[in-house]
Design a protein around this ligand. Structure first.
Ligand SMILES: [Zn+2]
Ligand SMILES: [Zn+2]
Length: 202
């Protein structure tokens, strides 16, 4: 685990694309399933990145299953209603917020993913998921928050010096904000400049 853990840490800091965020998050979840003993199958799980989510860091999108309730195991293979299944598992989608990723450090992002894994675990077992007492117990046992922190608008914006496009947002002072001219934009390979987001955008 030591070596992989180190690699994941390095790669987290260099994520710049939606695909990279999904790859990283899926790899972390795969590790966490082993480490924390989640009863979760990842292969039926789809991933997406949302740039519109303004407050929710992540969410698991599931179909509505009539009569499902947390604590009552569901037999997917004998389900008569049409549920989109992959093998014996129902499909669901983890939606990750790009702005939350920009706002959270690695520890908080990992804790958020464990929170979502608890939702997937409940959904795959029971056909539904919530934030009730069972969720709370499970979240505590895997060191995940019961409620994921809501995040706000970023403090800093990084702009491409050539074309003026927005390259990134940051929620706190960091290397990128302090030394933007030592980075290069993907659009123009130009230096960046950082500025505070004006109040009206907050
Ligand atoms: Zn939740
Ligand atoms: Zn540019």
């Amino acid at each position: 685990m030591g070596h992989d853990d180190h690699e994941l840490a390095d790669r987290f800091d260099s994520i710049t694309t939606h695909d990279a965020l999904i790859r990283w998050s899926r790899a972390y979840c795969s590790d966490a399933i082993e480490t924390y003993g989640f009863d979760v199958a990842l292969f039926p799980v789809e991933w997406e990145v949302s740039t519109r989510a303004k407050r929710r860091a992540a969410a698991v999108k599931t179909p509505q299953i009539d009569g499902a309730s947390v604590g009552e195991p569901i037999a997917w293979e004998t389900k008569s209603e049409p549920v989109d299944c992959v093998g014996d598992y129902p499909a669901c989608t983890v939606s990750l917020s790009w702005r939350a990723f920009e706002s959270f450090d690695r520890d908080e992002w990992e804790a958020t993913l464990r929170h979502e894994l608890v939702h997937i675990e409940q959904f795959q077992a029971y056909g539904t998921t919530d934030h009730g007492p069972a969720f709370k117990r499970r979240a505590n046992s895997v060191d995940a928050p019961v409620r994921v922190r809501r995040f706000t608008t970023p403090k800093y914006v990084l702009l491409c010096d050539d074309c003026g496009d927005t390259v990134a947002h940051r929620y706190r002072d960091c290397k990128l904000v302090r030394n933007p001219d030592s980075y290069r934009s993907a659009c123009c390979s130009a230096p960046l400049s950082s500025s505070k987001v004006p109040n009206e955008e907050n």
